[in-house]
Structures are given as structure tokens and as C-alpha cells.
Write a protein that binds this ligand. Structure first.
Ligand SMILES: *[C@@H]1O[C@H](CO)[C@@H](O)[C@H](O)[C@H]1NC(C)=O
Ligand SMILES: *[C@@H]1O[C@H](CO)[C@@H](O)[C@H](O)[C@H]1NC(C)=O
Ligand SMILES: *[C@@H]1O[C@H](CO)[C@@H](O)[C@H](O)[C@H]1NC(C)=O
Length: 149
């Protein structure tokens, strides 16, 4: 079961990799790991917000997500007291070979926030094909800014 699923994913990845040059014209390179959006984008601790990831372009780059991890991060000028805060760790529906959307609602954790440039970071884990044809997984990241008051 595990092996055959991996083989299917690897085959699909190869198909999409071949298809990528033509399809990529309507999808910018920046969308290769998915497009993540947050609503609303201005938040205070305890506020409820919705996170949506769209992998329509990602699959055209051969990126078929297996797992999606979402963090609140300060990627630039981090003062050292701003570790990534995990929002959600999700497994995409493995029965659906190319899941195009991932969406969830959560609350902004009651962490100590600073006057810094926060983002919601999506880490997309996806399979690629090794030099001997066997699949292994790699991770790519994409972010979207949020304001924390
Ligand atoms: C997902 O992304 C594709 C490609 O950019 C776009 O055409 C589509 O409208 C998006 N879907 C949603 C629900 O935002
Ligand atoms: C996963 O996707 C398959 C095929 O689209 C669907 O039949 C199944 O109900 C989905 N499972 C879950 C848990 O969403
Ligand atoms: C937050 O940082 C910005 C940019 O460094 C600065 O202009 C602003 O005055 C700061 N606000 C507070 C409340 O410290």
C-alpha cells in the first residue's frame, strides 16, 4: 500500500515535472510551494482567523504536498526571542493525488509579540524522485505578512 502510493506520487511528480515548462507560464516561480493567504490579516491574541493554501500552481511545478506546516515567524530582524510559533501541522488527503486546497481556522496564540514584521509561513513537504528512481521528501516555504497588535 505504502509502496504503491509512493510510486503513484513519484509518477505524478515526473509527469508534472515534464509538463511544468508550458504550464509555468501562467504561474510565477513564487507560487511553486503554494500560495498562502490569511483572513483577516490584522490580529490580536485570541482572534480567530482563517488560513488558506492554494496549490493550483504548485502542482504545475511538480509540487504535490504531503504535509503542510504553518507557523507565525519573524524571518527578518528576529530579536532572538521570536521562535516560530506552530499554528497547525496538517496531512493532505493522500487518497486525492493532487490536493489543491488546504484550509483551517485557528486562534492567534497568547504569545509575547514584539513590534516586528510577522508572517504566516507555510512549509510544504512534497516528494521528489531520487537518482535511483525512489522517492524522498523535501520542504519548501512560502510566507504572507500579518499585523499583530
Ligand atoms: C487558486 O490559484 C489559481 C491559480 O492562481 C487561481 O486561478 C484560483 O482562482 C485560486 N483559487 C482560489 C479559490 O483562490
Ligand atoms: C480523500 O479524497 C478522496 C478522493 O477525492 C475522497 O473520496 C475521500 O473522501 C477524501 N478523504 C477525506 C478524509 O477527505
Ligand atoms: C515599531 O517599529 C517601527 C519600525 O521600526 C517604528 O517606526 C515604530 O515607531 C515602532 N512602534 C512602537 C510602538 O514601538
Amino acid at each position: 500500500m505504502q509502496l504503491s502510493f509512493s510510486t503513484v506520487i513519484a509518477t505524478l511528480a515526473a509527469v508534472f515535472a515534464v509538463a511544468a515548462p508550458a504550464a509555468a507560464q501562467s504561474c510565477s516561480e513564487a507560487t511553486r510551494f503554494g500560495v498562502v493567504t490569511v483572513s483577516p490579516t490584522t490580529l490580536s491574541p485570541g482572534d480567530t482567523f482563517t488560513v488558506t493554501a492554494n496549490f493550483t500552481c504548485a502542482v504545475q511545478f511538480g509540487v504535490n504536498p504531503q504535509y503542510t506546516d504553518y507557523y507565525i515567524e519573524v524571518p527578518v530582524n528576529n530579536n532572538g526571542y521570536e521562535p516560530p510559533i506552530l499554528l497547525a501541522r496538517r496531512t493532505l488527503n493522500a487518497s486525492s493525488p493532487t490536493p489543491l486546497f488546504d484550509q483551517f481556522t485557528t486562534q492567534l496564540p497568547y504569545a509575547s509579540y514584539f513590534n516586528a514584521s510577522y508572517v504566516v509561513m507555510l512549509d510544504t513537504t512534497y516528494p521528489v524522485t531520487g537518482t535511483n528512481g525512489s522517492p524522498y521528501s523535501v520542504v519548501g516555504g512560502i510566507e504572507t505578512p500579518i499585523n499583530i497588535l
